[in-house]
Design a protein around this ligand. Structure first.
Ligand SMILES: Cc1ncc(COP(=O)(O)O)c(C=O)c1O
Length: 420
C-alpha cells in the first residue's frame, strides 16, 4: 500500500486519474467526462464554480457531490481499485474541490489542504532547500512571515523582506540561490498592491518561481496564473469558503511538473482536509462570484464614509484613485475587494475604542466571510510581526466588509467612530 500510494502521488494527481478515466474510476465516480469538460469548455467563472469537478454522482444521481467520509477503499485484488486507496492520498470529495479550484484559477493541478499555512508549508518545502533564499513582502499576513522567519530559517532557508511594489528593489534582492518570490496582493493588512506580471518577469529572469497568495482577491477578482505566476496560494478559510465555518488552504498551478511535485509532497507530508471540510469549501465556492460583487459594493460604500470622517487619518483601499497601486490593481483585478484598512487620527487608543464599539462589525480575527469583521492587526492578526520589518502601525484598524445591508454597516461604523 505504501508503495502504491507513493507511486500514485508521484506519477499523477487524483484529477489526472479522474480525467483519464483510469481503472473504473472515471465512469463509476465522475462519469466519463472528467473535469476537463468544464475547465476546457469555455464556461464562465460562475458556471465553473458550480459545476467543475461536480458532475452528478453516477451511482445515486445525487446532484451535490457526496461527503465521502471514508479513510480507505476496497481493492478487488491487490492493487486493483477505482483510483482511490487511502484518503490522505486522495478522497473523492477532496478531488471534486481540487478540480473546481484548479478550474477557478485557470490551473491544471489543484491541491486542497487543512489550512492556508499547511498549503504554504507544502509549497515552501517543495520549492526550497537548505542554503536557499526567498524574497518575501515587507507587508504580509503575520503567520506567513512567521513561517519564513521562525520555521524555514531554522532549516537553512534565508529570506529578504522587500516592498513588492518596488520592482527595482525586488530585482536587487534576488540572489543566485533565490528559488522563490513570495507575493501577496492585495497585502494583509496594508492593502498594498504588487504588479504580478512584473514580478513574474523578475522571477523568470532569476531562474526562480513566483507564488501569489490570492486570498484577499479570490480567483473571482484576480487570476495570477494568467499573469505569469507559477503557483497560487489560498487560505480557503476566507472568501472561497466564505462563511467562517471552515479552515482550509489550497495550491493551484498550471505547471504539470510542479503540480506532480506538490502532489507528492502533499501526500508525503499529509496536511490534507477531511471530506466534510472539503465539501464546505466547495459549497462556499459555488457562490463566490455573487458574494464578491456584494463585498466590493459594500466596501466602496464603507470607503466613502471613512474618507470623509474627521476621526480617520487615512484610508487604505486599492479602489481609491490616490492609492499608489490603484492603476496596477485596476489592470490586474476586476474589482477592488472587500478588505479596507484605515488609520485613526487619535492613535492606538482610538483604534482600540473603534474595535470595541461596533455592533454589526464583529470584533474578531479572520476575514472573507459573509459577516463583517473588525480587528486591530497590531494586537491581533499581526502580533507575530511586532519588532520586525513587517510591524504594522498601532493606529491601524482592518475591516472585512461583509454582505449585510450596506446602510446598517455605515450606521454601525459612523456610531463607533463618533465615540472616539
Ligand atoms: C493572506 C493570508 N494568507 C494565508 C493565511 C493563512 O491561512 P490559514 O489561517 O487558513 O492557515 C491567512 C490567514 O489569515 C491570510 O490572511
Amino acid at each position: 500500500m505504501e508503495h502504491s500510494q507513493e507511486q500514485a502521488s508521484q506519477d499523477t494527481t487524483p484529477q489526472d486519474i479522474a480525467a483519464a478515466g483510469s481503472a473504473d474510476f472515471g465512469s463509476e465516480v465522475h462519469g466519463d467526462t472528467g473535469p476537463d469538460r468544464w475547465a476546457g469548455g469555455g464556461y464562465g467563472f460562475e458556471t465553473l464554480a458550480i459545476h467543475a469537478g461536480q458532475d452528478p454522482d453516477p451511482t445515486t444521481g445525487a446532484v451535490v457531490v457526496p461527503i465521502y467520509q471514508t479513510s480507505t477503499y476496497v481493492q478487488s485484488e491487490v492493487g486493483q481499485h477505482k483510483g482511490y486507496e487511502y484518503s490522505r492520498s486522495g478522497n473523492p470529495t477532496r478531488t471534486a474541490l481540487e478540480t473546481c479550484l484548479a478550474a477557478l484559477e485557470g490551473g491544471r493541478t489543484g491541491l486542497a489542504f487543512a489550512s492556508g499555512l499547511a498549503a504554504e508549508d507544502c509549497l515552501l518545502r517543495t520549492v526550497t532547500s537548505p542554503g536557499g533564499h526567498v524574497v518575501i513582502p515587507d507587508d504580509a499576513y503575520g503567520g506567513t512571515y512567521r513561517l519564513f522567519s521562525r520555521v524555514l530559517e531554522r532549516w537553512g532557508v534565508a529570506h529578504t523582506p522587500v516592498s513588492l511594489s518596488d520592482l527595482d528593489a525586488v530585482r536587487a534582492a534576488m540572489r543566485p540561490e533565490t528559488s522563490l518570490i513570495w507575493c501577496e496582493t492585495p497585502t494583509n493588512p496594508l492593502l498594498g498592491i504588487a504588479d504580478i506580471a512584473g514580478l513574474a518577469a523578475i522571477a523568470r529572469d532569476g531562474g526562480a518561481r513566483l507564488a501569489v497568495d490570492n486570498t484577499f482577491a479570490s480567483p473571482y477578482l484576480q487570476q495570477p496564473l494568467a499573469l505569469g505566476a507559477d503557483v497560487v496560494v489560498h487560505s480557503t478559510t476566507k472568501y472561497l469558503g466564505g462563511h467562517s465555518d471552515v479552515v482550509g488552504g489550497a495550491l493551484v498551478t498550471a505547471d504539470a511538473t510542479l503540480g506532480e511535485e506538490l502532489a507528492y509532497h502533499q501526500n508525503a507530508m499529509g496536511g490534507v482536509p477531511g471530506a466534510f471540510d472539503s465539501w464546505l469549501v466547495m459549497r462556499g465556492a459555488k457562490t463566490l462570484g455573487v458574494r464578491m460583487d456584494r463585498h466590493c459594493e459594500n466596501a466602496a460604500r464603507v470607503v466613502d464614509l471613512l474618507t470623509g470622517h474627521p476621526a480617520v487619518g487615512s484610508v487604505l483601499y486599492p479602489g481609491l484613485p490616490e492609492h499608489p497601486g490603484h492603476d496596477i490593481a485596476a489592470k490586474q483585478m476586476s474589482g477592488f475587494g472587500g478588505m479596507v484598512s484605515f488609520r485613526l487620527v487619535g492613535g492606538e487608543q482610538a483604534a482600540l475604542d473603534v474595535c470595541r464599539s461596533t455592533k454589526v462589525f464583529i470584533l474578531g480575527e479572520s476575514l472573507g466571510g459573509v459577516e463583517s469583521l473588525i480587528e486591530h492587526p497590531g494586537r491581533m492578526t499581526h502580533a507575530s510581526v511586532a519588532g520586525s520589518q513587517l510591524e504594522v502601525p498601532s493606529d491601524l484598524v482592518r475591516l472585512s466588509v461583509g454582505i449585510e445591508t450596506a446602510d446598517d454597516l455605515l450606521a454601525d461604523l459612523d456610531r463607533a467612530l463618533g465615540s472616539v
